[in-house]
Ligand binder design. Sequence first.
Ligand SMILES: [Zn+2]
Length: 75
Amino acid sequence: MKKVFDVADVRELATTKKEVGTKTCPICGKKFKGYGNDCAPLYFPGQCCDKCNIDVIVPFRLFLDDKIYHRNSKH
Ligand SMILES: [Zn+2]
């Protein structure tokens, strides 16, 4: 039977998995820990840091909601 994994491969996978916790924010380019925040609809798929979520993503979503609301209200 052919060997698929060896111990080194498994160890490498385990190490890689540990580093998933650190992500790079696509907006400010800084590294952050944790799950992050969904960047949609500005960056998709992607996760941004808490600061950019509050400073960029939330105002952008409100801006889009406002556009959609005003467009629909014209009917
Ligand atoms: Zn950021």
